[in-house]
Design a protein around this ligand. Structure first.
Ligand code: PEP
Ligand code: MG
Length: 912
């Protein structure tokens, strides 16, 4: 058997990996190899495979080192050979390396990185001798001690970022020296910092800071593997459905120095605009800085292109003069480097056929690329880039459709500020439009607090306000409506993560004064406290005082053309769950081809209907019940007329009354008094009746078709309302396709009984009105027994609609309303991988659905089957529905576009 290879070299012609090897080498490693093959200047190095990460967790540190020893030594030698004159651990000409994680899917900032590895007192001297730059040498060394201290020696466990031990030491020294900025440190100060850092490490850990480069290297590699299981990484994986088994690769790479001198720098660039999708090269850089400085948001970076720099200055109110002297673009400052970078970005985008996110370093005038990856983008950008690339002939229609994650479309459908309300709103600050959208919420300063508050009070709207964010803030960011930061550019942590989450974000608002201790933020001379409302416009960078009203988003042409394409490929139809003409209109505008579920119970809460409904429920006998139902009939008929009119020409599935009746009963004294008046009976009698209707387990009680099987007059009234509405509209030229659906069926007898009531009522209506209308009768499949006996139920039902909410509830025996009590624990402990009420459980519930489809079609080969639970708008569930050959999914109106795209993607992925 061929021995397994654990280490892959990259750099120049002897590169061993390539872009197709992401599973083994991680995204970063595979792309570094690919760039080397494309003859783009990449500092040489090697990737330790993701498989070794799994070995590490099985075998531990010592065995992993043994496993790797020979290959890592060889790879270091190859690196030395390519760099040419330096050697790892050498005291006269040392090779320094970076050690970084790199998983299969990009996880920005989640795992650890160590730069300048290989430094010690001797190598510092050697670097000074060779470069003549003592400041660079000591600055690099102190940064290395800081990173290594954090990552390998565990000095700053995840705490609030204002408690960083090393930053405290830096702050102390600044105070002693009477300076404010890191750049004001002298070489001696930096040297002093290394001494203080090492002393603190010794005091806190009892260990000396290692000076042997090989010890440093092995420990760093192991620490990166360990960081795969840190809290941040675990949380990020959960959020993005990244399996733990994937593991991370480790990339060891020769260092290049962006902080060597003023002819050096580091930057991040995007081949297209990651917020809008516009086809413009853009990015940010800092002179005399290492890569981490650009994303950390400590210094506000400058723009790469002249145009970008001018736009940015205009946004900030900076004059052209000031811009040219204080913040010129790379294009102006280093035209030759910019020319090369521009050529590389074009080459890379053309090669990968997708928008790229690049990291680069300029060392003494020479450009190096450190990373390329498919760039994260907003939903708006994803749609625009896919449609543009299709037009440019770069990708095919199918590829264009697969490029957009269905869930991301959600952002395009989110409200924007109402322009009228915006006119009155007061702008209190302006920053960078880091992630588009509009959001209002109450100010909160700490991510932990945000997380806690939302846990306790679901639905609270919060805006996380930070000087800058870091990976520790991730959970707080996830629950906030929007994010506002005082520092940082478009590539700051806050901006990148917010775009990834599809959250509105305004970053780099230099005018904000945030006081974490007092929990206040001052803007425009006014101080706001925690809990005060503010609003953010992530598309313009504006921050407003108070709550600003929003309105629905308007669809772009690109969005419309992508949606148009879905029709060409999707095999599943997408219908909507809608109970009002308004919802039906929204759904139809979004491209729904019918209503898959109209829940009639929602209609009974409007206006006077609830009183008549209560009268019906509290009735003593059939006669009384019929009297109440007679009041409801014209009102209900009007409801259906409204919906049928909007859905002219399309099918509308109307479900007969379903919920347990207690849901309609008065809960307060006012409601009881209304009933006393309406029914002319005493309060105590009403209360008695309410008590009599109490059920121990209402979700399994007198609900669904059991209601109309015990009180057939309910089904009669509803059937009448549906068919009378349809025939009335027919006379007006409106084309209706009513589908009457029986809920919670568990046996053929229940279904047949309902069918009889519906058909006999229909016959009466047709005779009375002297006209007929075509209609269908179907069954919901939401009780396991219905799925198991679907062949029988299909004898009566002309269509099936799977109620995946109830079917999940009854298959698992998890109460839909009480799962919140244990779901978080089940998800955390891995008992459940995902919430089965969101994503169809293919193994259990899914098997029942498959059974319902095949048994149902055995009896009735042309049986149409759809789903109408919450899963109907969830991409993975939609994929499952496609695979098992359903006819449609039905979801809430705003999810219709998501469902259409997911249906098209499923058809492309599972062709034939
Ligand atoms: C279902 O159970 O999936 C369903 C659509 O019905 P409801 O949510 O109204 O119970
Ligand atoms: Mg149901």
């Amino acid at each position: 058997m061929k021995e397994r290879k654990h280490v892959y070299f990259f750099g120049g012609k002897i590169t061993e990996g390539n872009a197709t090897m992401k599973e083994l080498l991680g995204g970063k490693g595979a792309n570094l190899a690919e760039m080397s093959l494309l003859e783009i200047p990449v500092p040489p190095g090697f990737t330790i495979t993701t498989e070794v990460c799994n070995d590490f967790y099985k075998q531990g540190k010592e065995n992993t080192i043994k496993l790797l020893e020979k290959e890592v030594k060889e790879a270091i030698e190859k690196t030395e050979n390519i760099v040419g004159d330096s050697k790892f651990g050498d005291n006269t000409n040392p090779l320094l390396v970076s050690v970084r994680s790199g998983a299969r899917a990009s996880m920005p900032g989640m795992m650890d990185t160590i730069l300048n590895l290989g430094m010690n007192e001797d190598t510092v001297k050697a670097i000074i001798n060779r470069s003549g730059n003592a400041r660079l040498a000591w600055d690099s060394y102190r940064r290395f001690i800081q990173m290594y201290g954090d990552v390998v020696m565990g000095l700053n466990p995840i705490e609030k970022d204002d408690e960083d031990i090393f930053e405290e030491i830096i702050g102390q020294l600044k105070e002693e020296k009477g300076i404010k900025m890191d750049s004001e440190f002298t070489t001696d100060d930096l040297k002093e910092l290394t001494v203080r850092f090492k002393k603190t490490i010794k005091d806190k850990t009892g260990q000396d800071f290692p000076s042997d480069p090989w010890t440093q290297l092995w420990n760093a590699i192991m620490a990166v593997f360990e960081s795969w299981m840190n809290d941040r990484a675990i949380f990020y994986r959960k959020l993005n459905n990244i399996p733990e088994e994937w593991g991370t690769a480790v990339n060891v790479q020769a260092m290049v120095f962006g902080n060597m001198n003023d002819n050096s720098g580091s930057g991040v660039a995007f081949t297209r605009d990651s917020a809008t999708g516009e086809n413009v090269f853009n990015g940010e850089y800092l002179i005399n800085a290492q890569g981490e400085d650009v994303v950390a948001g400590i210094r506000t970076p400058q723009q790469i292109t002249k145009k970008g720099s001018q736009d940015w200055a205009a946004l900030q109110g900076i004059s052209e003069e000031d811009r040219k002297t204080n913040g010129p673009s790379l294009e102006e400052l280093m035209p030759e480097v910019f020319r090369q970078l521009n050529a590389f970005q074009k080459k890379l985008e053309l090669h990968y056929k997708d928008m790229q996110d690049l990291e680069f370093t300029i060392q003494d005038g020479k450009l190096w690329l450190l990373q390329t990856r498919n760039g994260k983008r907003t939903g708006t950008a994803a749609v625009k880039i896919a449609v543009d690339m299709l037009k440019e002939g770069l990708i095919t229609e199918k590829e264009a459709m697969l490029r957009v994650e269905p869930q991301r479309i959600d952002e395009l459908l989110h409200p924007v500020f109402n322009p009228q309300a915006l006119k009155k709103a007061k702008v209190i600050a302006k920053g960078l439009p880091a992630s588009p959208g509009a959001s209002s919420g109450q100010i909160i300063f700490f991510a932990d607090d945000a997380e806690h508050i939302v846990k306790e009070h679901a639905g609270r709207k919060l805006i996380l306000v930070r000087i800058e964010t870091s990976a520790e803030d991730l959970k707080g960011m996830a629950v906030a409506e929007g994010i506002l930061t005082a520092r940082g550019g478009m590539t700051s942590h806050a901006a990148v993560v917010a775009r990834g989450m599809g959250k509105c974000c305004v970053s780099g608002v230099a005018d904000l004064r945030i006081n974490y201790k007092m929990r206040t933020v001052t803007a425009n001379g006014k101080t706001y406290r925690e809990g005060d409302w503010i609003s953010l416009n992530g598309s313009t960078g504006e921050v407003y005082e108070g709550q600003v009203e929003t309105k629905p988003a308007e669809m772009s042409k690109d969005f419309a053309s992508l949606m148009e394409l879905t029709n060409k490929y999707a095999r599943l139809d997408v219908r909507a769950n809608a109970d009002t003409p308004h919802d039906a209109k929204v759904a139809r505008d979004f491209g729904a081809v019918g209503i898959g579920l109209c829940r009639t119970e929602h209609m009974f809460f409007e206006g006077d209907k609830i009183i008549a409904m209560r009268e019906m429920i509290l009735a003593e006998n059939t006669e009384e019940r019929k009297k109440a139902l007679a009041k409801l009939l014209p009102l209900q008929q009007k409801d259906f007329e409204g919906i049928f009119t909007v859905m002219n020409g399309l099918p509308v599935t109307i479900r007969l009354l379903d919920p347990p009746l207690h849901e309609f009963l008065p809960r307060d004294i006012k409601g009881i008094e209304e009933m006393v008046e309406a029914m002319h009976i005493s309060e105590s009698r009403i209360k008695q009746k309410i008590n009599a209707l109490h059920e121990m387990n209402p979700m399994l009680g007198h609900r669904g078709c059991r209601l109309a099987n015990t009180y057939p007059e309910i089904a009669e009234m509803q059937t009448r309302a549906i068919l009378q509405a349809a025939i009335k509209l027919k006379k007006e030229g409106i084309d209706t396709h009513p589908e009457i659906m029986v809920p919670l069926t568990s046996s053929i007898m229940e279904m047949k009984y309902q069918e009889n009531v519906i058909r006999s009522t229909a016959q009466k209506v047709f005779t009375e009105m002297g006209d007929t209308i075509k209609y269908e009768i179907g069954s919901m499949i939401e009780v396991p027994r219905a799925a198991i006996t679907a062949d029988k139920i299909a004898e009566s039902a002309e269509f099936f609609s799977v109620g995946t909410n109830d079917l999940t509830q009854m298959t698992y025996g998890f109460s839909r309303d009480d799962i919140g009590k244990f779901l978080p624990i089940y998800l955390d402990s891995g008992i459940l991988g995902v919430d089965p009420f969101q994503v169809i459980d293919r193994e259990g519930v899914g098997e029942l659905i498959k059974m319902a489809v095949s048994k149902g079609r055995l009896t009735r080969p042309s049986l149409s089957v759809g789903i109408c639970g919450e899963h109907g708008g969830e991409p993975s569930s939609i994929e499952f529905c496609h695979i098992i050959g359903l006819n449609y999914v039905s979801c809430s109106p705003y999810r219709v576009p998501i469902a259409r795209l997911a249906a098209a993607q499923a058809a492309i992925r599972f062709e034939n």
